[in-house]
Design a binder for this molecule. Structure first.
Ligand code: GLU
Length: 495
């Protein structure tokens, strides 16, 4: 039995939660569930300049919608709280001081002007930009006095100047870099707030995180993180850097502009939009799980329970994952079909109401079997089934005219159809449909033409669920009424 994993999703509340973040959270959740461990939500909100009001709520709502639940977090607390980094400022400062005491960090008093001049010079010389180590040489007691006198300062990690470090990423294996290529990175800013590099590692240690699953944008600073953890002498978690996402064309990383264009096309990479666009959380989890992970290269459909059972870190793939929205639509259709009908009814109801329909639950539950095999998104429900909830439909006269026939011929067919249906006490897929099919055959007509006229008259649209099933739900009286009205329109057209 694997040891229970403690995982964490550590977003910064600086913008919208997107599918990349959601995927990280999902993997965290799956691993924790699978091993009987805990999944933790931690808000990395130390960058007050980039803080976006409402972002925290959006993250929480988005994750809840997706169906990942955490055992510890800012909203519910837990044994290792607080879970908001802005509330842990003193903890980080304490640990930064420990690094100074062990000679792994130092106070830096360089002014912005000095740093700028240094930068200019390095650019001129075509050097890689780096801190030149000016304050490394200050005597620690002297530095301490300057700090006590209130001199503005930051704290930098004291990178060894020789040797190399090897860190292990679960997906990519060993990564070795020369220490001389690493910078004396700032770990505490002049306002006393710790930077990610310190805060995240301190928290991961104190919160007993066993697996750090995060985006591959952190690979470049990964060696620094290895240094910091080792400077403290802590046990290292497993480091898992997930693949990046490519834009739908497969060329290049997804940019902000493209994501806003996608929203126009009925797609989005922001979790907040997905529900309104008609996507199910089940399909979303399935889709994002397969971006950078696979079970066996052929199984595609997974419920959350399947994912919990089958997820495996060894099957993560470091290559960039393409965002494939057609796949998403396909998964959505499959998961819609897998829903119990009553659950689908519950979920489409809001879409119908938002489109202005007064939804009768008894009718809705009868409509569900007709649309369940036919929609790829919940948002298609009003288009597919709105007419069931309308008192009246107003067909476009042109839709009543059958293909390759005139309005007059269409009117005659409609009238004959009406006579047949009026003589049958029911209007469903049984007797009525059979009678109409006989009529089509006996007169050398084409079912598409005849049913097309009736469909337009009864539903007011050219695409709908099967005609006779639909008419049965609408009711015989009302359906015949609509056919009569259609005949009238056709006769006016041909007059
Ligand atoms: N706050 C970091 C981010 O949003 C977290 C990265 C991590 O998971 O350690 O990218």
């Amino acid at each position: 039995m694997t040891k229970p994993a403690r995982t964490r999703f550590a977003p910064s509340p600086t913008g919208h939660l997107h599918i990349g973040g959601a995927r990280t959270a999902l993997f965290d959740y799956l691993l924790a569930r699978q091993t009987g461990g805990q999944f933790i939500l931690r808000l990395e909100d130390t960058d007050r300049k980039r803080f976006v009001p409402g972002a925290e709520e959006e993250i929480i709502q988005g994750l809840r919608w997706l169906g990942v639940q955490w055992e510890e977090g800012p909203d519910i607390g837990g044994p290792y709280g607080p879970y908001r980094q802005s509330e842990r400022k003193d903890i980080y400062l304490d640990y930064a001081r420990k690094l100074i005491a062990s000679d792994n960090a130092y106070y830096c008093f360089c002014t912005p002007e000095r740093l700028e001049a240094m930068r200019q010079e390095q650019m001129k010389q075509k050097f890689q930009l780096h801190y030149d180590g000016h304050c490394r040489l200050i005597d620690p007691d002297e530095a301490q006095k300057r700090v006590e006198r209130g001199e503005t300062h930051v704290i930098r990690f004291k990178m060894p100047t020789e040797g190399s470090i090897t860190v292990i990423d679960r997906l990519r294996g060993a990564i070795t870099v020369e220490n001389k290529n690493l910078d004396d990175t700032i770990i505490v800013k002049s306002d006393g707030l710790a930077l990610y590099h310190l805060a995240a590692l301190v928290d991961d240690h104190l919160m007993k995180i066993t697996h750090v699953i995060r985006g591959s944008e952190w690979l470049s600073t990964f060696p620094l993180h290895g240094h910091i953890v080792r400077a403290f002498g802590w046990e290292e978690p497993e480091w898992v850097h997930l693949s990046v996402f490519l834009k739908p064309s497969g060329k290049g990383k997804m940019s902000k502009r493209e994501s806003s264009e996608l929203i126009k096309d009925g797609y989005s990479i922001f979790v907040k939009d997905l529900s309104e666009l008609g996507y199910l959380p089940e399909a979303t989890a399935n889709w994002i799980a397969l971006m950078g992970w696979s079970y066996d290269d052929k199984t595609e459909i997974f419920s959350m329970q399947d994912l919990i059972e089958k997820f495996n870190l060894d099957h993560l793939n470091p290559s960039p994952a393409a965002i494939n929205f057609s796949k998403y639509d396909y998964f959505n259709g499959v998961h819609i079909r897998n829903l119990p009908p009553e659950e689908l009814a519950r979920r489409v109801k809001g879409f119908l109401e938002a489109a202005g329909y007064q939804v009768d639950n008894h009718i809705l539950i009868r409509v569900i079997p007709l649309i369940q095999p036919r929609i790829a998104g919940l948002d298609e429900a009003p288009f597919m089934a709105g007419f069931f909830f309308r008192e009246d439909v107003v067909p476009d006269p042109a839709d009543l005219v059958a293909k390759k026939l005139t309005a007059k011929e269409s009117a005659i067919i409609a009238r004959r159809s009406l006579e047949i249906l009026e003589n049958i006490p029911t209007i469903g897929p049984g007797v009525a449909e059979q009678a109409m099919r006989n009529f089509v055959d006996q007169n050398g007509l084409n079912a598409g033409q005849v049913f097309g006229i009736l469909r337009a008259a009864v539903t007011g649209q050219t695409i709908s669920p099967p005609l006779f099933e639909s008419m049965e739900i609408i009711g015989r009286q009302k359906s015949l009424e609509r056919i009569r009205r259609g005949i009238q329109i056709l006769e006016e057209l041909s007059a």
